[in-house]
Ligand binder design. Structure first.
Ligand code: 86X
Length: 518
């Protein structure tokens, strides 16, 4: 029976089976047999999404962002108003073509993102500079009918996200917001999920085509050696404003113009998004051979308290005393804001319960038995590293929050160390592909030319034949630029007009992070 409930494969031996077993057996996720690429998010995982929502939502509210909800349907005319940005994505758009049994005269698309849904109304609502800034956000689902191999949370045909869309009077104000939001995304990953990320700007090839520039946080999955885009914050410049006629009267021109028509200024726009992919990244990074390992700040159960050391010879009275103590402990912890829970089921052994809660990733276990009562203590066991420590029952309220914080810190630092060790500074092309094959991402001096990026991708695919690039077992896919990190290596410094690009004859501008990626 336990073989059915536990994880049967090692994380390192068969990562993709491990990943799906962890998600299913921990009860985070269920496969939805009806539609491929769609999954059921169960309470354990949805709770994490709600924690992310509540952190991020309260942070953006402080910045003056308001929540809104736009329809999920887009007309073809509306969707295609911004041809440039839609063109490349067209194959992913899902359409509703029938109502009941009758073909619809005008099929409607399901939003893959909401720029073209929202911006006609920005145009209507924004008249003067006093209507700016306009800062809207929505939490919703979007649909992108991808044909690459789906993976729960990481690449799904329907996913949950927030999309923020703002309009500003000046570029400076828009720029500042792009970075504020990126910083909040970093905090979601690092301070809630204990997942280290690298901040940077996307190359011209990888940026959102409709925008001016794209900032990103990039994560890393050590087991596969692949980079993963964690969230993006775009400055759209004035491109969409021109397309959708989002303008204000020039307040200066207005003051000294008599009768003449006032000059119109296009607004500066941003858009930014964070998705349920974040949950998948967290699972892939922290999970182990026993299952899920949840960082404490997003765990719905932070502390599980389990009665131990009760045998057939234990009196009913003593058993009752242990259970009462456990209930007291849980109450005390709950009242100081710690999410603790007792597992008093009497049809399961302690060992069974240990496995049960380990599989579900609960950060800390407390064991309490008759001997602990005598000593007025409890044994704590950490999920992340198995470390055991006795805690006096009188000191729970101070000790447990400390341990939970330490767990967060240790999980982050462990993941950060691994990420750092797998970012290799590479200076010669000969070392590029071997570094990727060694499950690293690479920091390389780069010319930032788009054709050079194409060439790097081509040269780093192991075989140029048709391969399934999305399969973990085929690490032959070419490398993309992940970002140009804001924090650049100091040594060796790039000398403009002197340092050569890693791949072509041009000169390097900056270090760029390249890697195989999700
Ligand atoms: C790009 C850009 C942007 C708001 C974000 O990254 C964050 C939140 N939007 C999204 N993108 C598309 O524009 C797009 C468009 C179509 Cl039509 C599509 F089918 C797929 C898309 N995927 C991404």
């Amino acid at each position: 029976m336990s073989s059915q409930l536990g994880i049967e494969v090692k994380k390192d031996a068969d990562f993709s089976t491990w990943y799906t077993q962890v998600l299913k057996r921990s009860e985070m996720l269920e496969y939805y047999e009806e539609v491929s690429g769609c999954y059921i998010i169960r309470p354990l995982a949805y709770y994490i999404w709600q924690e992310i929502q509540s952190f991020f939502d309260s942070a953006i509210k402080k910045m003056g962002v308001e929540d809104t909800y736009f329809p999920m349907f887009v007309s073809q005319r509306q969707l295609e108003r911004e041809k440039d940005h839609v063109e490349g994505f067209a194959p992913e758009v899902a359409w509703v073509t029938k109502a009941g049994s009758s073909e619809m005269e005008n099929p409607i698309a399901i939003r893959p993102t909401s720029e073209t849904v929202m911006y006609p109304y920005f145009s209507k609502w924004i008249r003067t500079h006093r209507d700016l800034p306009l800062k809207l956000n929505q939490w919703c689902n979007v649909v992108r009918w991808e044909f690459k191999k789906p993976q729960p949370f990481i690449r799904t045909r329907e996913f949950l996200w927030q999309e923020g869309h703002t309009a500003h009077f000046t570029k400076e104000e828009a720029d500042a917001e792009v970075h504020q939001i990126l910083e909040l995304y970093r905090q979601v990953y690092e301070d809630l999920l204990a997942v280290p990320v690298i901040k940077g700007v996307k190359s011209e090839k990888e940026k959102f085509a409709g925008g001016l520039y794209t900032t990103t946080i990039e994560g890393f999955i050590p087991t596969t050696g692949r980079g993963i885009q964690a969230a993006t914050s775009h400055c759209l410049g004035q491109n969409f404003a021109k397309m959708f006629d989002i303008v204000v009267e020039d307040p200066n021109a207005l003051a000294n113009s008599e009768g003449k028509e006032a000059k119109k200024l296009h607004v500066w726009q941003n858009s930014w998004g964070l998705t349920t992919r974040s949950i998948g990244v967290m699972v892939m990074i922290h999970g182990d051979d026993k299952g899920l390992v949840l960082p404490p700040r997003i765990a719905s159960v932070q502390v599980i308290v389990i009665p131990c050391g009760l045998t057939v010879r234990t009196s009913e009275e003593e058993k009752k005393r242990v259970e009462e103590k456990i209930n007291d402990v849980v109450k005390e912890l709950n009242s100081s804001g710690i999410k603790a829970k007792a597992d008093l089921r009497d049809n399961y052994t302690p060992g069974y319960k240990f496995n049960h809660w380990e599989l579900r990733g609960v950060p800390l276990r407390l064991e309490i038995g008759p001997r602990d009562l005598q000593k007025n203590q409890t044994l704590s066991v950490r999920r992340d590293n198995g470390v055991k420590k006795a805690i006096p029952l009188d000191e729970l309220i101070t000790c447990i929050p400390e341990i939970l914080n330490t767990i967060h810190k240790d999980m982050f630092e462990k993941a950060k160390k691994i990420y750092d060790e797998h970012v290799k500074v590479i200076l010669k092309w000969e070392d590029f592909v071997p570094a990727l094959d060694g499950k690293n991402v690479v920091l390389v001096p780069w010319c930032e030319q788009e054709h050079c990026e194409d060439k790097i991708k081509e040269k780093s695919s192991r075989s140029n034949t048709e391969q399934e690039p999305e399969d973990d077992k085929a690490p032959s896919m070419g490398a993309k630029s992940l970002c140009i990190p804001f924090e650049q290596p100091k040594e060796p410094a790039i000398v403009p007009g002197e340092t050569k690009c890693i791949s072509c004859d041009g000169f390097a501008k900056r270090y760029a992070l390249f890697g195989r990626s999700y």
